[in-house]
Write a protein that binds this ligand. Sequence first.
Ligand code: GRF
Length: 204
Amino acid sequence: MAPMRVVVLVSGGGTNLQSLLDAGWTGALGAAEIVGVISNKPGVRALERAAAAGVAARVVDHRGFAERAAFDSALKAEVQSLGADLVVLAGFMRVLTETFLAGFEDRVINIHPSLLPAFPGVKAQAQALHYGVKITGCTVHFVDAGLDSGAIISQAAVPVLDDDTEESLQARILAEEHRLLPAAVADLAAGRVRREGRRVHRVL
Ligand code: GRF
């Protein structure tokens, strides 16, 4: 069977991208292959990680577009030119619209650093500390046109400790992200994920 072609969208450091690239090397991605990385920001570390792994890396700079729909169209064209079967948002800091998502139903996923539906949007770790929750974590979910609102594929929990800072909490969550995201991609590639409305089941 042909591998599932995965394109990863990034905006920054790319540690989640690295976890996917590493999983590709070890075989933990199963039938999935990372075929391209696209950043909406030039010069970010994630692009270096892609280059170091020999993966096609491109920039579609959102600042070059007056309207969100025009950016989404350009991004979609790049994703399609890479022959993507699955699009993974890994620290990609733009909300995608229907312009991008149309035709990609159940083929775009995101990793978010909270237990959704708690703390969507930016600075999820700071939101968790501010609220005072004792447990938070990360979520892999399908992407819809809302803000971190698509059907949930998998989640992992971590404790919030009394002396946590944003940085220490972020690090504890990231360690789980780096496990959860490659596992979700491998499950999708193997056809082990089935969505029925908002509920996503893992099938064997
Ligand atoms: C991660 O916490 C991810 O959940 C969030 O942005 C961060 C990106 O980190 N969406 P990295 O670029 O993968 O290191």
